[in-house]
Design a protein around this ligand. Structure first.
Ligand code: PAF
Length: 252
């Protein structure tokens, strides 16, 4: 059974006892799907101990409604963790993580300001701050992140390098549904019709059209488009289907 740990003090005792074991860490905000499961499977196969955290981090939500509506599914999540033989679930509350009430924060001044950062002010400050806190608490050897959140992944790699952190970041491929939609906890918020409509997004992203053409075509179809950009041999985008913001990227 996956042991649930809510307090940092309790985890520290466990961590002292696991001194010589390799620890893999998968930070999440819950509402787990097969994308998370692929990170968990990799951690379980690479390490002696796997820790998953579930913490819906308020500081990375720039929109209070988005935080309020973010899907939460603790019981199902816990079943998933058990089925993968995850050793520990770290499940802290706000006060445990933000003992400073977010007076201290970590920010990056360039790459975090473009792509999603341009449209979600403060988002990456929240992400980097909570990931730094979680890394300092869990003290993993390896941590697993999905390529769907490509900008997040690169910023976390950069943070580890900038702060000389001895944690290996393992980059894991995007997991898609059979029809091509990248898995995301936010997909749970789409109606059946919206989900069907959303399929245009990965379809156009991987087409051989230019980024400008893709942007225009998505807008003409009725998406609100934040950006379509190309970098690092990838085409990345963020769009809204109704109120639900989806991001995705493909290799080009
Ligand atoms: O990718 C996520 O689920 C979150 O941004 C993370 C890394 C768990 C930080 O809250």
């Amino acid at each position: 059974m996956t042991r649930i740990i809510k307090k940092i003090s309790e985890w520290r005792k466990v961590r002292n006892e696991t001194e010589n074991k390799s620890i893999g860490f998968v930070p999440t905000m819950g509402a787990l799907h097969r994308g998370h499961e692929s990170l968990i499977e990799k951690s379980v196969s690479d390490n002696e101990i796997t820790v998953v955290s579930i913490f819906v981090n308020p500081t990375q939500f720039n929109d209070p409604d988005d935080l309020q509506n973010y899907p939460r599914a603790f019981e199902k999540d816990y079943e998933i963790l058990n089925s993968h033989n995850v050793d520990y679930l770290f499940f802290p509350d706000y006060g445990e993580i933000y003992n400073d009430n977010y007076r201290y924060k970590l920010s990056e001044s360039e790459f975090s300001k473009i792509l999603c950062g341009k449209f979600r002010p403060g988002h990456f400050d929240g992400v980097l701050t909570v990931v730094m806190k979680l890394f300092n608490i869990i003290k993993p050897h390896k941590a697993y992140f999905g390529e769907k959140d490509y900008q997040q992944l690169k910023l976390i790699e950069g943070m580890c390098k900038a702060f000389f952190m001895d944690i290996e970041i393992i980059q894991c491929p995007i997991v898609r549904d059979v029809d091509g939609l990248a898995l995301s906890s936010r997909n749970k918020l789409l109606s059946e019709e919206e989900r069907k409509f959303a399929l245009n997004f990965p379809r156009l992203l991987k087409s051989d059209k230019s980024k400008e053409e893709i942007f225009r075509e998505l807008e003409n179809l009725g998406f609100k488009v934040d950006y379509i950009e190309e970098m690092d041999g990838r085409r990345l985008g963020a769009v809204y289907v109704g109120n639900v913001r989806l991001i995705d990227n493909v290799k080009i």
